[in-house]
Design a binder for this molecule. Sequence first.
Ligand code: CAA
Length: 302
Amino acid sequence: MTTAPPTTAPASVPVPAAQAIQRVGVVGCGVMGAGLAEVCARAGRDVLIVSSSEAGLTRGRGRLERSLGNAVRKGKISEAGREETLARVTYATDLGSFHDRQLVLEAVPEHEPTKLDIFQTLDKVVEDPDAILASNTSALPVIRLARATRRPEHVLGLHFFNPAPVLPLVEVVSSLLTGERTRRTAAEFVTEVLGKQAIHAGDRSGFVVNALLIPYLVAAIRMYEAGYADARTIDNAMTLGCSHPMGPLALADLIGLDTVAAIASALYEEFKEPTHAVPPMLSRMVDGGLLGRKSGEGFYSY
Ligand code: CAA
């Protein structure tokens, strides 16, 4: 683990111990929300997913079922384990259902007003004053989400990676107002309950991973846009030449081109570096609904 970023919140803020966190809420059931729900349910937690629409919930349930089917085929869990995991997950369309949650993971698209609204509501509906409210944001300032609540010391970022059931890292992001015990308990939950690896990161856009990853993806998109090389050539260069599991354009498709564009914009807003500026081709693909794997079309067809 890296050195913890500075925090000004008091060390004595009470939060539940990591193992005592049994009831988890997940806001959103897109690619990341469904992945987070799966990870927590596989760790034996009671998981309640809230999405704004029934249609969203149906798609999310489908994602969860497919992913668990995949895990059974790959020998990661048994058929009984799959059934038990699915039975631990319930679904609702009203954030008010989170009244008894001890930890809430927000995983909606990178749209700040939506996230602010959600944190404001979570603050009102989650009854346990010691509950931890976490965002899976990749690039937005955690402190703004914290300030939307009356309990900023209990708010932090828990940033997972796609596919969440497979990738071991979680960035634990403390804002200047995050309490030390919140940070410690959240990190313990990530490592001891979920069995993942945690690194601590400060509240700076992109944290560690995306600050390094996004300029690389943007550079690959610019190379493609300039007509220097086609998508397969660019991706083969990085899989065969650098042993990456997938090339940058295939990875952008996996992450979602809307998400890549949103993170790049947030990085650009924070640092004003040209390497973060969203390439015109990426903007037009997002405008056109070509979002990568989730829409069936991106740099490749699915
Ligand atoms: N549950 C548990 N394990 C699973 C699983 C599931 N549902 N599905 C697959 N697995 C396991 C497999 O069993 C396999 O494990 P072993 O190697 O131990 O056998 C491993 O996951 C790989 O799975 P597959 O063989 O099915 O697939 P693959 O080898 O083609 O790998 C991939 C697919 C994991 C996506 C790989 O290509 C990869 O790691 N790509 C890079 C992904 C990446 O960089 N993600 C980060 C994106 S950035 C981000 O998410 C943050 C952000 O803010 C944008």
